[in-house]
Ligand binder design. Structure first.
Ligand SMILES: CC(C)(COP(=O)(O)OP(=O)(O)OC[C@H]1O[C@@H](n2cnc3c(N)ncnc32)[C@H](O)[C@@H]1OP(=O)(O)O)[C@@H](O)C(=O)NCCC(=O)NCCS
Length: 157
């Protein structure tokens, strides 16, 4: 018997409201208590300051990312709000690719720093972000109910 390995082509495209149902389905597969509601996702996809991207494998939407440009004390920074990859498509570099694309969009807009929050017990998330150069910048006490959050930061320049 012969086995053929076919390289998986990942295409990154803009996320729009058109994909809301599919994105919500993936969101629910990724988070139990902290999943965004469909209304929250709809709001994020249409908010003027957010950027949303999907990763497509063949015709299927395999994952997505939503980020925003925020301002604090007069300086702007990129803020990753959610990164989700459907279970069947994990460990193939999709999250890395979505984050790389968002960071590159931020750099093009002159954003010099990227921040995000993650559950302290989210090993996959923490490994992913640390692999990409994010560093712990603080602890967010009981940010996720009983579980603490970690606040991570990366310089984009
Ligand atoms: C975290 C998540 C987005 C990773 O997506 P992914 O496409 O599988 O990640 P990648 O294939 O790009 O992995 C990149 C790196 O992240 C780390 N990583 C990813 N999944 C991991 C896991 N289950 N356990 C340990 N490390 C993991 C590894 O360092 C990996 O590099 P490697 O495969 O060379 O070892 C995915 O597991 C997910 O959607 N989880 C639920 C939602 C979530 O927790 N999002 C992040 C917090 S907002």
């Amino acid at each position: 018997m012969h086995y053929f390995l076919v390289a998986m082509a990942i295409k990154i495209e803009d996320a729009t409201l058109r994909f809301l149902d599919k994105l919500y389905e993936i969101e629910k597969q990724c988070f139990e208590q902290e999943a965004f509601t469909k209304q929250q996702l709809a709001y994020l996809l249409t908010d003027y300051n957010t950027v949303g991207l999907i990763a497509r494998v063949d015709t299927e939407i395999a994952g997505f990312i939503i980020a925003r440009i925020d301002i604090e004390n007069g300086s702007i920074f990129g803020h990753i709000l959610t990164v989700n990859v459907a279970p069947a498509y994990r460990r193939r570099g999709i999250a890395q690719q979505l984050l790389a694309e968002i960071e590159s969009m931020f750099r093009d807009k002159g954003v010099k720093e990227c921040r995000l929050e993650v559950r302290e017990d989210n090993i996959a998330g923490l490994n992913l972000y640390q692999k990409l150069g994010y560093r712990k910048a603080g602890k967010l006490m009981q940010y996720y109910g009983d579980v603490h959050g970690l606040y991570l930061q990366k310089n984009l320049v």
